[in-house]
Design a protein. Structure first.
Length: 116
């Protein structure tokens, strides 16, 4: 029984978590029983999770998500006010002019606009 290992001083929660990870590893290999490799893999995964900067990872995922959902922007040529297109909207849906009377122009990215 790997769980009787005297070198393991993990709390019950961590042990349950490690068993879960080991179980996932076994399932990934289409096995119903956990073997030593699964335990090792579980520890490696656990260690990776402990050393991962979670907030950084979340930031990265959010950034990727928002970049993927970027539908572009409509920018007024006259007053530089802009509208971010929502998912599912197309610039063709907006044929009108800006409130100021200026023409709306489509841009993929408005980093240039936000910088100034
Ligand atoms: Zn305008």
């Amino acid at each position: 029984m790997p769980y009787d290992n005297p070198y393991l001083n993990f709390s019950a929660t961590e042990n349950a978590f490690l068993s879960f990870l080991a179980g996932c590893s076994a399932v990934n290999d289409n096995r119903e029983k956990i073997n030593e490799n699964d335990i090792i893999r579980a520890y490696k995964t656990h260690y990776k999770l402990l050393t991962t900067d979670i907030s950084k990872l979340v930031d990265k995922l959010w950034k990727e998500k928002s970049e993927k959902e970027n539908n572009g922007y409509l920018v007024c040529e006259k007053c530089n006010s802009y509208y971010k297109l929502q998912p599912g909207e197309s610039p063709d849906d907006f044929t009108g002019n800006c409130e100021c009377g200026g023409k709306l122009k489509y841009y993929d990215d408005i980093g240039w606009l936000l910088k100034c």
